[in-house]
Design a protein around this ligand. Structure first.
Ligand code: ZN
Length: 87
């Protein structure tokens, strides 16, 4: 569940709410004065996304060279240990 940061434009207080994506943000009221004049800030949430997007875009490039040797190893016939069947 994402954490939403709100700012009340009536009492100028910041408050944080844990809300699901299905919750109507328009109906969110200030936890201090009950005013509906609140706006979403989501500063902590968006900063986390921008931090994660940097390494993922760099990895989205030539990643095939890293996967090719892995596939060829899987296609090799795996030698069975004879000792396990020697019962
Ligand atoms: Zn308020």
């Amino acid at each position: 569940m994402p954490l939403y940061e709100y700012h009340c434009e009536d009492c100028r207080k910041d408050f944080t709410l844990l809300q699901s994506a299905s919750v109507n943000k328009e109906e969110t009221v200030c936890s201090e004065c009950g005013s509906s004049h609140v706006r979403t800030q989501m500063s902590t949430f968006s900063s986390k996304i921008s931090q994660r997007s940097t390494p993922s875009t760099a990895k989205a490039g030539p990643v095939t060279a890293d996967e090719l040797p892995k596939k060829s190893v899987l296609n090799l016939p795996i030698p069975k240990h004879v000792s396990e069947y020697h019962d």
